[in-house]
Design a protein around this ligand. Structure first.
Ligand SMILES: Nc1ncnc2c1ncn2[C@@H]1O[C@H](COP(=O)(O)OP(=O)(O)OP(=O)(O)O)[C@@H](O)[C@H]1O
Length: 271
């Protein structure tokens, strides 16, 4: 079996491009010289151990954090701050204002950015609430929902904005195993239908294989690129297979045993 980088056919330029990105907090370096390209329709996963700077890279792509070196661009334009073209779904359940109903939560960014008038925002919110399987819960408040339902609301709120890139920072990590699996399946189903571009952070090798079509492996702190691979052949149905287990094992070795690969062009690996 080989897992190699395969560029989407006909993709001429990446939608999101990170070039030599180093990120620092005070004197602490979180990532060093990280480069990657995300193409339209990719489900691109940043995978690495705790503290390797995955969330920091996602925050930089969102425009919340400015690189100390290197740059990030969307559609050729430098990212200089947050924008409605990049919406983040976080892990925390408290990302939804508790005083707003499900519908109000989904409508909020649409109204804030003045994208739609109230009745249009309401219509769009109802559409996305139904899409994530929460029809009937539009008037519920977040505290009455399960963790999985809250994450569905956050996904509906993000997709309703029709972002260029959906950014997800360990969105299912705080869920129980069964719900996490359901949410991975749900995300896959939504992607099959909508083909949005996803940048997804996880430290779970299995989740990376199930969710992503391409995976960037990052070394421990400070995060540097270890390798990049293509994983489009895996999904939840293949999760128990020998091939899947072998790929997971190989990724584990690459993450924890392999030396850091310095040259970006050398980093695609066969598993
Ligand atoms: N606000 C902050 N202030 C100072 N240091 C920070 C801050 N956020 C992150 N760091 C540091 O930057 C490094 C990378 O953190 P980051 O959260 O990006 O890693 P991560 O790979 O997402 O980890 P995890 O999987 O545990 O969330 C860590 O050493 C962390 O302590």
């Amino acid at each position: 079996m080989t897992l190699q980088v395969v560029r989407p056919v006909g993709a001429v330029a990446p939608l999101l491009k990170a070039s030599g990105v180093s990120l620092e907090y005070g004197g602490t370096r979180a990532t060093h010289d990280v480069s990657f390209d995300v193409y339209r329709g990719d489900r691109f996963v940043l995978l690495g151990p705790s503290g390797c700077g995955k969330s920091s890279l996602l925050k930089a792509a969102a425009g919340f954090l400015t690189p100390s070196a290197g740059s990030i661009s969307i559609d050729g334009a430098a990212v200089t701050g947050p924008g409605p073209d990049r919406i983040v779904v976080f892990q925390e359940f408290d990302q939804l204002p508790p005083w707003k109903t499900v519908k109000e939560n989904v409508m909020f960014p649409l109204l804030m950015t003045k994208r739609l008038r109230r009745h249009e925002a309401e219509e769009r919110a109802m559409h996305w609430i139904a899409k994530v399987g929460l029809g009937g819960f539009e008037n519920a408040h977040p505290h009455t929902l399960s963790g999985g339902m809250k994450q569905r609301v956050a996904i509906a709120r993000a997709l309703a904005m029709q972002p260029e890139v959906l950014l997800m920072d360990e969105p299912f990590a705080a869920l129980d195993a069964l719900t996490r699996r359901n949410m991975q399946e749900e995300l896959g189903r939504l992607w099959e239908e909508l083909r949005f571009t996803l940048l997804f952070v996880t430290h779970s090798i299995e989740e990376a294989l199930v969710v992503g079509n391409r995976i960037l492996l990052l070394s421990p702190h400070p995060g540097q690129v270890r390798a990049e691979l293509n994983s489009h052949q895996f999904d939840l149905r293949s999760a128990g297979s020998a091939e899947f287990q072998a790929a997971a094992q190989r990724i584990h070795s690459l993450l924890f045993d392999a030396p850091v690969i310095a040259k970006p062009l050398d980093r695609s690996v066969a598993l």
